[in-house]
Design a protein around this ligand. Structure first.
Ligand code: MN
Length: 330
C-alpha cells in the first residue's frame, strides 16, 4: 500500500498538478465520476483513485490506493502485501485497513502492526523510508483497505520525519451512517491525527437509504466508493451513481451531500482547501521541481543516509531509472 506513482497515473500531456478547480466554484457544478486505474503494488493489485487526469489533488490529498477484496473474476486484492524498504519525501502516508493486518517498519525505528479500525500516519518531510509487510502465516494474504497520501505544505515538507499510530479514531453517527474521522473534522468530531494543511478524511459505513452528510463549503471533496454503488447528490447537483472503484469529485460550494444506498455501502470522504501550489509527483516522492525529485532519487540509489535504514527481512526497493522529464511533457 504504497506508490509508486507512474506516468500512467499522471498522464504526461498535461500541465503540472494544479488545484482541481477554482476555490469558490458555484454550487450546481456537476458531480464528476472518475474510474480508478488498476495498478500493482508489490504483488497486490489495487484500484488507484488518485491521482487521475484532471484530479491530481483533492485538497492536499494526492494519492488514493484501494486494496479491494478479491473478486471471483480475478479482480484486485488478495495477495500478500510485502513491500520492501522504499523512500518517501514531502508527503504523509495515511494507512487505514478494513480487513487483515499489515506490519509497518520505518527508518525512525517504528515497528507497528496495523489492524482494521486503526490509523497509521507517517510524515516523510525531507526523507523517510519504510517497509509494509503481511504478518507471517498462510492466512496473512488479503489485507484490505486504503493508503492515502497527503502533500505536505512548504512549511513542513523539508522538516523531520514522524510516525503516529492511532489505535482509535473518533466516531460519529450521521443519520444511520457511522463515520470514523481519520483526519481533520467531520460532523462535529475531530481526529487527533497530525494535520499540516486544512483537510479532512472520514470512512463512512453507509446505512441503507439516504444519508445527508455535512460538507465544508470551502473544501473540494472526493467520495471514493469502497463498497457500492452509492448514489450521490446535493443541493443544485445532479444525481450520479458511483460504483466501487470510482471516485466522485465535488467542487467547493455545497454544504452537504446526500448519499443513497440500497442495502448499505462504504465510502471514504476526502476533502480540503484546494492545494495552493503545483506539485510534482514521481515514484514515491512529492516535490515541487524536477531537480528535487532527481536529488531524492539519487540519494536513494546511492544509499545516502537521507532516508535512514529500515529493519526488514525484505529487499530494499531499487531506485527506478531517472525520469525522462523531457518526454513527460514538462
Ligand atoms: Mn510507502
Amino acid at each position: 500500500m504504497s506508490g509508486p506513482v507512474r506516468t500512467e497515473d499522471v498522464p504526461p500531456d498535461g500541465p503540472p498538478s494544479t488545484p482541481s478547480s477554482p476555490a469558490g466554484a458555484a454550487p450546481g457544478a456537476a458531480i464528476e465520476v472518475v474510474a480508478s486505474r488498476e495498478a500493482t503494488v508489490g504483488d497486490v493489485r489495487v484500484l488507484r483513485a488518485l491521482p487521475r487526469r484532471g484530479h491530481r489533488t483533492v485538497g492536499a490529498w494526492c494519492f488514493a490506493d484501494h486494496m479491494a477484496p478479491p473478486d471471483p473474476a480475478g479482480g484486485p486484492g488478495g495477495a500478500r502485501l510485502d513491500i520492501g524498504p522504499h523512500p518517501h519525501t514531502g508527503l504523509q502516508t495515511v494507512t487505514w485497513l478494513v480487513a487483515g493486518e499489515v506490519v509497518h517498519h520505518d527508518s525512525l525505528g517504528s515497528e507497528q502492526p496495523i489492524r482494521p479500525g486503526q490509523l497509521n500516519l507517517m510524515t516523510a518531510g525531507h526523507g523517510v523510508a519504510h517497509a509494509e509487510e503481511s504478518p507471517p502465516g498462510p492466512t496473512a494474504a488479503g489485507a484490505q483497505g486504503v493508503q492515502l497520501w497527503v502533500a505536505q505544505p512548504e512549511g513542513t515538507r523539508h522538516g523531520p520525519a514522524a510516525f503516529e499510530h492511532h489505535a482509535d479514531s473518533p466516531r460519529v453517527e450521521v443519520g444511520g451512517t457511522e463515520a470514523t474521522v481519520l483526519v481533520g473534522a467531520f460532523a462535529g468530531a475531530t481526529s487527533p491525527a497530525r494535520r499540516d494543511t486544512d483537510h479532512m478524511g472520514a470512512d463512512l459505513l453507509l446505512a441503507a437509504g439516504a444519508t445527508c452528510v455535512p460538507l465544508r463549503a470551502d473544501h473540494e471533496h472526493a467520495l471514493v466508493v469502497l463498497d457500492g454503488p452509492v448514489r450521490v447528490t446535493g443541493p443544485g447537483l445532479d444525481e450520479r451513481a458511483v460504483d466501487r472503484g470510482h471516485l466522485a469529485y465535488v467542487a467547493p460550494g455545497p454544504a452537504e451531500l446526500t448519499l443513497v444506498t440500497l442495502g448499505g455501502g462504504r465510502a471514504l470522504l476526502l476533502g480540503g482547501v484546494p492545494f495552493p501550489e503545483p506539485i510534482v509527483m514521481w515514484w514515491n516522492f512529492v516535490a515541487r521541481t524536477h531537480a528535487e525529485v532527481d536529488a531524492a532519487r539519487r540519494a536513494w540509489a546511492e544509499g545516502d543516509d537521507r532516508f535512514g535504514a529500515v529493519r526488514s527481512g525484505l529487499g530494499r526497493a531499487p531506485a527506478p531509472p531517472a525520469p525522462p522529464w523531457r518526454l513527460m511533457g514538462r
